[in-house]
Design a protein around this ligand. Sequence first.
Ligand code: PA5
Length: 427
Amino acid sequence: MFLSIQTGYVDNFLSEKSLSPTISLMEAHKSLQNKTCKGADYLGWINLPEEMTDEKIAEIQSHADNLREKSDVLIVCGIGGSYLWARAILEAFSDPYGSDNCEVVFLGNHLSGREYDRIFSKYAHKRVSACVISKSGTTMETAISYRLVRAFLLSRYSEEEVKTRIVTITDEKNGALRKETDKQGYTSYVLPADVGGRYSVLTPVGLLPCAFAGVDIQKLVEGARKARTDILSDAWHPAFIYAEKRVALEETGFVSELFITSEPSLYFLGEWWKQLMGESHGKEWKGLYPDTLSYTTDLHSLGQYVQEGRRLFFETMLWVRDSYSQIKIPAMSDMTDGLDSLVARDLHDINLIALESTAKAHNDGWCPSMIITLDNLYPETMGYFLYTMMYACALSGIMIGVNPFDQPGVEAYKNEMRKRLAWKEVV
Ligand code: PA5
């Protein structure tokens, strides 16, 4: 196994009642496997680790290699589930992997003209290609992004050349992006109809940008395959424990889960987790409000609130056992800072002591916590973590009685915006 979970700071907070949800853990698991749960039309992701065969992975890798030969930068246009995992992985890997010259830039996840200006000027003299990702093919941010990026490419290359520099990932038949893809003749990947945006990471959505940046996508998928096998054979897998505890805490009355990272490069992993949990569970006036904090940084901003403010939340802390750094506290005879007892100690060990001390202090202040420990940040471990979290998210969503695979509430702002901009959606 590539990860483990400690829940020692949770059980004191739970009652008999909170441990008996309406839909039990094992019923939820069975309903996922038998495809009888709410949202059963969107369970294509469950078997993706196996369905993404070595041949398909090699094909994506070879396409990414072709793009790498002619580009320094890949602009990824996409929002929500269409970009967050790839961004999380690339940020997590950027330090230890130090990658080569192939850079991935994410646009389409906002409507900031200033940011477009910044990116277009920054890459004005680099060789650029683009990957446009939209399951529905109708998302406004992505559609605007595609237009702007296409215009940027047309200002640099011939129309024919631009056609070879844009790749799309979208539905097989529906949406404006599919129509545009067919018209322009772009290379394109089809997103399976039964896989929703945030569960589509093990398709080209998550794999192509990673392959372009030099991440070993074969290992990523292998990690997910191992997680799937372990989940099917081990009723004590961390996916089950995590799902059960978070539902029990919600039933106890906690309204928010804080996902804590202790490495600045894992900030986007938190953003990915937040989107996965928030869109999957926040419906029918249910669901834990998911938020992320980075320790020890945020101990000096929200730490006070977590310790002594309103009692709303519990923490899920992510720890990475293998540090890539060799940073130790140096000896200095002329210093009077009181740190001599720390001399020669690894900074990573001190970071862990800070995390464990925080868990204890917050527990004493009525904020329970769990710690998920990853062995390292290698692609296989990250693939394992990804599948484990998606499975735990689906399980806990089913246990609280919602459909974890749709996001009807996102339409409300879109409808209002469509009216104000007289924007006609092409389906
Ligand atoms: O997870 C989801 O389903 C969403 O976050 C979508 O990925 C996001 O809204 C973008 O949608 P689309 O891929 O259809 O452009």
